[in-house]
Design a protein around this ligand. Structure first.
Ligand code: SF4
Length: 114
């Protein structure tokens, strides 16, 4: 997923820690989501970057506007963009953006599930 975060090497502890959406603050839904030709997203949820690409719009707090802030999940999950479908939970990019987010917010890098 092209995003505005830089990759960071995860610490050994971070690499081992379990990651699951149920214990994450939907950090990946703060990333820039560039739409692809096959995506069918309602126009009121999208915007255009100055450089031209059509992307998911973000709210004032930085989350994708398709995210249900009450349930912290995707309100268009069945129809979500291709780049969101390819994003691997617990994969290297998921872990990297969690570390980045935690460092910005002064939190422990990764939450433990137990
Ligand atoms: S479309 Fe859904 S899965 Fe993709 S960033 Fe927005 S809320 Fe998250």
């Amino acid at each position: 997923m092209p995003g505005h975060f830089h990759r960071h090497a995860a610490t050994p502890q971070a690499r081992k820690a379990p990651v699951h959406c149920s214990t994450c603050e939907a950090v990946c839904c703060r990333l820039k989501v560039v739409l692809e030709p096959g995506d069918t997203i309602p126009s009121h949820l999208t915007t255009y970057l100055p450089e031209g690409p059509r992307v998911m719009a973000h709210d004032e707090a930085g989350w994708c506007v398709a995210m249900d802030r009450t349930r912290m999940n995707c309100s268009i999950y069945e129809n979500r963009p291709a780049v969101c479908r390819r994003f691997v939970m617990g994969g290297p990019y998921c872990r990297a953006v969690r570390v980045e987010y935690a460092s910005r917010n002064g939190k422990t890098p990764l939450k433990q599930e137990d």
